[in-house]
Each structure stands twice: as C-alpha cells, then as structure tokens.
Write a protein that binds this ligand. Sequence first.
Ligand SMILES: [Zn+2]
Length: 365
Amino acid sequence: MGAARHFSRTYVEARDKFLGATRVCGIAVKTHSLPDLRGADGESLAMDVARLGDAGAPGMLMLWSATHGIEGYCGSGCQTGLLNDDAFIGAAAAAGVAVLFVHAVNPHGFSFGRRVNEDNTDLNRNFREFAAPAPVNAAYAEIHRLLLPATWPPDAADERELGAWIAAHGEPAYQAAVSGGQYAFPDGLFYGGTGPSWSNRTLRSVLRVHAARRMSLGLIDFHTGLGPRGHGEKIFNGANVAADIARARSWWGADVTSFHDGSSTSAPLVGVNYNAVYDECPGVEYAGIALEFGTLPLRATLQALRADHWRHNHPEAPAALATAIRREVREAFYVEADDWKEIVYAQARVAALAGIARLARSMSG
Ligand SMILES: [Zn+2]
C-alpha cells in the first residue's frame, strides 16, 4: 500500500494515525489542549507537537498542518507519511537535522470541517500587530452582503449584482477582495480577529521552546484549495525581504512563488503565520514555504467558503442543506482519491527531503 493509507476521514482518525506513528518512531508528543471546547464527535481538541532528532541540533525543519483547519486532512496525511518513511527519517538522522511536527495548528476547524478557527478567524490573517490600526479592505466591505446573502443558495438578483462587480473589477480583484483578509466583519469570510487566537499564542510558545535557539530553520506549512488539482505550489512563507525570498528559492527551487511580487496564485496577505517565526526566533536563518495543493477551481473553492459561512451564520438552516454545504466545503479542501493523495505525498516528500539537505549543508558551512 502506498502513502494514501496515511490520510484520514476525520480529525479523530488523523490524530490517532499521527500519534500512532510517533509511538512507532519512539518520539515524545507534547499535547497542547484547546481549552473548554470539544470536537464534532465530542472528542478533545489539541495541537500535538513531536520532535524528531536532537534537542540541540543547529538546524531544524518544521512541518505544520491545519493552519486552515480542514486543510489538515492533507497536512496530517503528509506528516504521518513522513513519520512512516524510513528514508526520510534516515536522511534527517544522517544530516543531524531535527524535525518538528506540529499537528493541527487549528484543531477546531479541522474537526468541524471549517477553514477558520473556533472564533470564525482565519489564522493566516491573525498574526498581525493588533496595537496598530487594522488594515481596511474596502472592496470586501462592498461585497460582504452579496457574498453572504439572506438565503442560500443566493437568489438570482444577488448573483447578478456580484457578477457585475466581478465583471467590472476582474477576477484577481475579486479573489483579493474576498481572500485578502478583513477585520471589520466578524461573521464574514477571511476575518482576521481582534487579537491573537489560541492557535497563534500556542504556536508562538512552541517556537520559543523548540526553534528560537537554532542556527537555521526551515518551514513547510501544508495548505490546500488553490491551484490545479494535485499540484503543489511552493509559496514563499516569509516577509518581503529579498534575502529571505532568495534563500527559500535556493532551498526549494526557482519555482517558489511569492505573493509579494505577484508570482503566486495567492492574493497578497497580511497577518500570516510566518510573522511568529520572525518575532519568536530573531536572528535565526529562516526559509519557509506554504505547500499549497490544488483541489477544485478557485471559483468553486470561494463558493464553498461562502456557503460555509452562510451555514455557520444560519444554524436554523435545514439539515439537508447544511449537510450538502459541509460536503461541498470538504471537496473544496480535500480530495478523497488515492491518486491525489499519492501525488500530494510524493511532492511533500521531495520538499521535506530538500529541506533536510539544505539544513545539512548550511550546518556544514
Ligand atoms: Zn490554507
């Protein structure tokens, strides 16, 4: 059997497989429980952290899953696959590189099949300096009421008006308006929150313990929902600093894209989780990517997210409609097909091995 077996159908199953793999590897897990809340099946929710290799290793590769909740089906499968991959484990050990697995950065979204967390917050818009004035997304404000109309599916008049907005401004402007992030509509899409979320604070504490004293640090943060089916886009996950972008490209290839220069399928973003690495690990040489795997066309993904937020805002929705929406969202962020899982894992493995090789080289000078 191939790597597809490491992927799961629920958060509970994914967590069991991940924890089981850490036991086989003989590595300890530190569980950070999300307080006061339970999962969709009544289970406890947690960010589980496991480190392979030496606590004092100068170089460390970090692998994060489920920054965007439901996208954790992909990331968890890749993490569990790598823990079961003797060649990967052997390469890390031979290189003297530590590997930090952070399983389910956003366990609540993972369990409930949402991209956002327990506060309807998109974690990758939440890592900002909240003392500063919030960025204003005027385009989102224009279309918020059209994105989340009173009824679902939207009526023809709403869709005509939204279609006219898209026709007038263009598809990239629509993507940027919706997915760029906003701080004015707590019940809306891609909402960044009002302060650091539990996941944000917990991830920062993990970085302080495991990452801050390294010489060199790599990050692969697993995502889904953008790009062609099964294709892994390596999106630079760092600040708009030329040396850092160049470093990521030297590690993972010239095809590393960046939303800072318009080469990525992602819209420009603020509040992304890489800010935590810069804040908590000052002076550490850092190279980071988001590995973003395609599922459905962008328009279908955005439509699924509109439906998800509408359902969340309408607990009175008929059960059949709510179920159909949940299925639509799941299909937008996870492909339940072995061929997709196999090609996803193959690309994740190449990226993880490249990270190990570069960390080994930077250690040897
Ligand atoms: Zn994502």
